[in-house]
Design a protein around this ligand. Structure first.
Ligand SMILES: Nc1nc2c(c(=O)[nH]1)N[C@H]1C(S)=C(S)[C@@H](COP(=O)(O)OP(=O)(O)OC[C@H]3O[C@@H](n4cnc5c(=O)[nH]c(N)nc54)[C@H](O)[C@@H]3O)O[C@H]1N2
Ligand SMILES: Nc1nc2c(c(=O)[nH]1)N[C@H]1C(S)=C(S)[C@@H](COP(=O)(O)OP(=O)(O)OC[C@H]3O[C@@H](n4cnc5c(=O)[nH]c(N)nc54)[C@H](O)[C@@H]3O)O[C@H]1N2
Ligand SMILES: [Mo]
Length: 768
C-alpha cells in the first residue's frame, strides 16, 4: 500500500502518507484552521516496538494460578488466535454459569480511538450485553462528580457536556470571563470522536479582540495563553469554593445580588444566604476569611466580585476543579454565584463548565446527531461509578453508596478491558493492582503493551485505526470524516470487532453480534442511520459513496448564537428546569435527604484531607496537580516523538517554583524522586515561576514502569502512583486525583532504565 489516505484521530484529522505499507508521515486536514502537533507522533506509534504482535497468555494462568496471582509482565506465552479465542470463550461461559453475569467486569472505561464503528469499548460492551450482561461503569473521570450533581441543581448536564452558550455569544456580549483553572491551550488539542477542526484558538482570539477581559484563577499561570493578557490570580489548589463564597458575600454586603432573579428563578437562597453571611454558623464568608484559606488577597476577591456585578460576566471552571475531594462544592458554589449575579440564561453570561477542557466546547454547531453505534443493552448487568473500580474489586458483597443508592458490590471473576487503560487513569495504582489481582481472569484487547496489557492474563492484539476503515464523528465538531485504511494489519493484530465476532461464534451468537454485516456494510449502515437522523433536523447529508470519496462531510454552522437556558431566563414558569422545584436549586432537598454528612443541602466550604492547609502538609508540603498532558492524549502516543521530546532524561517533567527547588537544593534538569505514603515515581525537574509556591505539577500519561529491583518505584513518572483513591463524596463518587500531597528529593544512585516501551520478552512458544 502506497498513497495518501484521509484519516482522523481524537487529536486531529490528517492525511496519512503511506509508502510500501508503512505510515511515513502525516499532513493536517486542509480544513483545520489550527492543527495541533500531536498527529506527528502517529507514524512512530503505529510502528512502535511496543506493538503487540500476537495473542499472549500468562504462563501462570495456564498452570491454573488465578485468584490472587501476581500480575505484571510475568511470563507471557504466545498462542494462536484459535487458542486464544477458545480460552476466552470457555472462560466466559464458565464464569457466567458459575457466578452469574455481574461477575464479569466489562466497564472498560477509556477513550479508545476516534472511529465510531471500531470503537473498542462499544464493541466489547455490545458483545458482553448480547452474552447476557456484565458489570458496567457509569459516569466518568472527566467530570463524574459534576455530572451527578448538575441534574439535581440545574436539571441537566448540558452545562458540562454541551451544547453550552457558544463562543459567538461570548464574543458579542461577555466583557469579563472568570476562569477557574483558566482556558488551557493544551486541552483543546483533542476532541472525543475526532477533532476535524481546531476552532478553539481562533475563537479565543476573537473574544479577546472583542474586548473581553479574562481572569485566570489557577495555581498555574500557563493555564491561559499569553495572547489573552489574562490577570493571574494564583490560588491554593482545592480552595476555589472559599473564594466563590466570599464573592457572594461581597455582593450581598454591597447590596448587589440580583434579588429578582434569586426570587423568581432559584430556590434555597433563604438557606444559602444565612450560611454565607455567617448567621447560620457564626462564620461570615468574608473576603478576609477566604484570603486565609485561598491565599488570594481579600482586596482581589472583593474587586473581582464588584467587577462581575458591573460587567456582563461569564463564569467558567475547568473540569479539573471538581476532580478533587469535595469536588462537587466549587461547581455548585459557582452556579450559586452565577445565580446571585443574575446572568444565567442571558447572552454571554451565566456559568458553563469546560470551555478550557476540550476542543469543541462552545464551538457554534448546528444541533445535529453524530454517527454512532446503537446503544448497548445490559440486561443482567449492574452499574458502578467508574472511579470506584478498586473498591469494586476489593470489597465484594459490601455496600457502596452513590447518589442516594446503596449498591451491593458483585464478586468480580473476569476483568475485561478494550480501549482503556486503568493503569493510566485510576488513582493509587499500587492499591489498584492489589484489587486487580483478586480476579481470576483478566482479558485485555490492546494495540500496545500498555500497563493494562502487561497486567492481563490473556492479551489480544488489536489493530490501530490506520489498519481499518472507519468514520470519525463528534457532537462537538463540524466535520464527519472518512477514515480510510492506510496499511495492512501489523503482525497478527486484528480489529476488535472481528476478534469479538469469533469469540461470539464460539459462544453461539455470532450472527446476533455481527448482524451479518462486515466492516463495509456496517459503515454504510451507520452512515445511513445518521443521514436519516440528520434529514429529520433538516440537513441533507450526501450519500455514503460521495462522502467516502470526498473524505468528509461538513455540517453547516448555525445561523444564530446559542445561549443555554435562555427560555428559562425569559420565563421560568413556562420553561422550568428539570429539577424538583423547576428552578436553580441553591438548596437541594434531594441531596440533603441522602443524609451524607460530607455533602449538605447547599454549597459550603469543606477542607479536603490533602491540600496545603491540611495537617498532612507538615510531612508532605507540596500539592501535586496531575493535569492532562500537552504532548499526548492520556497514555496514548507516549511512545511517540512529541512526548519523548518533552521528557527529561526520559522521565516525565515536574514543574516547580524556583524558590521551592532552592529550598531543597535542587536544580533544573535534576532527576527527582516524588513520593508520599502511597508510592513513589521519578520525574525530571523543570523550574517555572508560573507555578505557585508549594504546588508542583506533572502531566499524566507516562506509561507506568514499576521496578521490582527498586521496591516498586515507578522509574518513568506516572503521577497516579501518588494520587489518593477516594470519592469526591458519596454523592458524586468522582475521582479526586487533584487532592494529593507529596514531597520530592533528588534521586540518588544510578538511573534505572525505562523499559516500558519495549515489548516484554515471551517465554516458551506454544506451551499451551
Ligand atoms: N492523576 C490523574 N489521573 C487521571 C486524570 C487526571 O486529571 N489526573 N484524568 C482522568 C481522565 S479525565 C480520563 S478521561 C482518564 C483517561 O484514561 P483512558 O481513557 O483509559 O486513557 P487512554 O490512554 O486514552 O486509554 C485508551 C487506551 O485504548 C487503547 N486503544 C486505542 N485504540 C484502540 C483500539 O482500536 N482497540 C483497542 N482494543 N484499544 C485501543 C490505547 O492504546 C489506550 O491504551 O484518565 C483519568 N486519570
Ligand atoms: N492534550 C490533551 N488534551 C486533553 C486531554 C489529554 O490527555 N491531552 N484529555 C482530555 C480529557 S479526557 C479531559 S477530561 C479534559 C480535562 O480537562 P481539565 O480537567 O480541565 O484539564 P486539566 O489539565 O486536568 O486541568 C486544567 C487546569 O486546572 C488547574 N487546576 C487543577 N486543580 C485546580 C484547583 O484546585 N483550582 C484551580 N483554580 N485550578 C486547578 C491546573 O493548573 C490545570 O492545568 O482534557 C481533555 N484534553
Ligand atoms: Mo477525561
Amino acid at each position: 500500500m502506497t498513497g495518501i489516505k484521509p484519516h482522523a484521530a481524537h487529536w486531529g484529522s490528517f492525511d496519512a502518507v503511506v509508502e510500501q505499507g508503512r505510515v511515513v508521515g502525516v499532513r493536517p486536514f486542509r480544513r483545520d484552521p489550527h492543527p495541533g502537533p500531536l498527529i506527528e507522533a502517529i507514524p512512530d506509534v503505529v510502528h512502535a516496538r511496543s506493538r503487540i504482535d500476537r495473542p499472549h497468555v500468562r504462563a501462570g494462568w495456564l498452570r491454573g494460578e488465578r485468584r490472587g496471582a501476581e500480575r505484571g509482565d510475568r511470563d507471557f506465552v504466545p498462542v494462536s488466535w484459535d487458542q486464544a479465542t477458545r480460552l476466552v470463550a470457555e472462560e466466559t461461559r464458565r464464569v457466567r454459569a458459575e457466578f452469574g453475569h455481574p461477575a464479569i467486569m466489562g466497564g472498560s472505561y477509556g477513550w479508545s480511538s476516534a472511529g465510531r464503528f471500531h470503537h473498542a469499548k462499544s464493541q466489547l460492551q455490545r458483545f458482553l450485553g448480547l452474552g447476557g450482561g456484565f458489570t458496567n461503569q457509569v459516569t466518568n473521570y472527566s467530570y463524574g462528580a459534576g455530572m451527578t450533581l448538575m441534574p439535581h441543581i440545574l436539571g441537566t448536564n448540558e452545562v458540562i457536556q454541551g451544547p453550552v452558550t457558544d463562543w459567538s455569544s461570548i464574543a458579542r456580549h461577555t466583557r469579563l470571563m472568570i476562569c477557574l483553572g483558566g482556558l488551557p491551550l493544551k486541552n483543546a488539542l483533542v476532541t472525543a470522536g475526532g477533532a476535524g477542526a481546531h476552532e478553539y484558538v481562533p475563537w479565543l482570539k476573537r473574544v479577546a479582540e472583542a474586548g473581553g477581559r479574562f481572569v485566570n484563577i489557577s495555581p498555574f499561570r500557563g493555564d491561559t495563553p499569553d495572547f489573552l493578557g489574562a490577570e493571574w490570580v494564583p490560588i491554593r489548589p482545592n480552595t476555589d469554593t472559599a473564594l466563590i463564597l466570599a464573592m457572594i458575600h461581597t455582593l450581598v454586603e454591597a447590596g448587589l445580588e440580583d434579588r429578582g432573579f434569586l426570587a423568581t428563578h432559584c430556590t434555597g437562597w433563604d438557606r444559602l444566604r444565612p450560611y454565607v453571611m455567617g448567621e447560620a454558623d457564626g462564620t461570615p464568608k468574608t473576603a478576609a476569611w477566604a484570603a486565609a484559606i485561598t491565599e488570594v488577597p481579600a482586596e482581589t476577591i472583593r474587586a473581582l466580585a464588584l467587577e462581575a456585578a458591573r460587567l456582563p460576566t461569564m463564569l467558567t471552571a475547568t473540569w479539573s476543579i471538581q476532580r478533587a475531594e469535595h469536588g462537587e462544592q466549587p461547581w455548585w458554589a459557582l452556579v450559586a454565584l452565577a445565580a446571585a449575579l443574575g446572568g444565567i440564561g442571558k447572552p454571554g453570561q451565566g456559568v458553563m463548565f469546560g470551555y478550557g477542557s476540550l476542543n469543541g466546547m462552545g464551538t457554534p454547531r448546528r444541533e445535529l446527531p453524530s454517527v454512532s453505534l446503537p446503544a448497548t443493552r445490559n440486561p443482567g448487568g449492574l452499574n458502578i461509578p467508574v472511579a470506584r473500580v478498586t473498591e469494586l474489586l476489593e470489597r465484594p458483597g459490601e455496600i457502596l453508596q452513590y447518589n442516594g443508592r446503596d449498591i451491593v458490590l458483585p464478586d468480580i471473576r473476569i476483568i475485561w478491558w478494550a480501549g482503556g487503560n486503568p493503569f493510566h487513569h485510576h488513582q493509587d495504582l499500587n492499591r489498584l493492582r492489589r484489587g486487580w489481582n483478586r480476579a481470576e481472569t483478566i482479558i485485555v484487547q490492546e494495540p500496545w503493551w500498555t500497563a493494562a496489557a502487561r497486567h492481563a492474563d490473556i492479551v489480544l492484539p488489536a489493530t490501530t485505526t490506520l489498519e481499518r476503515n472507519d468514520i470519525a464523528s463528534s457532537s462537538r465538531d463540524r466535520f464527519v470524516r472518512a477514515m480510510h485504511q492506510a496499511i495492512p494489519p501489523q503482525a497478527q493484530a486484528r480489529n476488535d470487532h472481528d476478534m469479538l465476532a469469533d469469540i461470539a461464534e464460539a459462544c453461539g451468537f455470532r450472527d446476533r453480534f455481527t448482524e451479518q454485516r462486515d466492516e463495509a456494510a456496517w459503515l454504510r449502515h451507520l452512515y445511513e442511520r445518521w443521514r436519516q437522523a440528520c434529514a429529520r433536523f433538516g440537513f441533507d447529508a450526501p450519500d455514503y459513496d460521495s462522502f467516502w470519496a470526498e473524505g468528509f462531510v461538513e455540517v453547516p454552522p448555525p445561523e444564530e448564537d446559542f445561549v443555554l437556558f435562555s427560555e428559562f431566563a425569559r420565563d421560568p414558569v413556562a420553561h422550568p428546569l428539570n429539577t424538583p422545584s423547576g428552578r436553580v436549586e441553591l438548596y437541594s432537598e434531594t441531596i440533603a435527604g441522602f443524609g451524607y454528612e460530607e455533602i449538605g443541602g447547599h454549597p459550603r466550604w469543606q477542607a479536603p484531607q490533602e491540600y496545603l492547609g491540611a495537617p498532612l502538609a507538615a510531612r508532605f508540603p507540596l500539592h501535586l496537580l496531575s493535569y492532562q498532558p500537552a504532548t499526548r492524549l492520556h497514555g496514548q502516543l507516549d511512545p511517540g516523538r512529541v512526548a519523548a521530546a518533552d521528557k527529561i532524561q526520559g522521565r516525565e517533567p515536574l514543574l516547580m517554583h524556583p524558590a521551592d527547588a532552592a529550598a531543597r537544593g535542587l536544580r533544573d534538569g535534576d532527576i527527582l524522586r516524588v513520593f508520599n505514603e502511597r508510592g513513589a515515581c521519578l520525574a525530571g525537574l523543570r523550574l517555572s515561576d508560573g507555578i505557585r509556591r508549594g504546588v508542583v505539577a506533572m502531566a499524566t500519561g507516562a506509561w507506568w514502569d514499576p521496578s521490582p529491583e527498586q521496591g516498586g518505584l515507578d522509574v518513568h513518572g506516572n503521577p497516579n502512583v501518588l494520587t489518593r483513591d477516594v470519592g469526591t463524596s458519596r454523592l458524586g463518587q468522582g475521582s479526586a486525583a487533584q487532592s494529593c500531597l507529596v514531597e520530592v528529593e533528588r534521586f540518588a544512585g544510578a538511573l534505572p532504565a525505562v523499559t516500558v516501551h519495549d515489548a516484554p520478552r515471551p517465554v516458551a512458544e506454544q506451551a499451551a
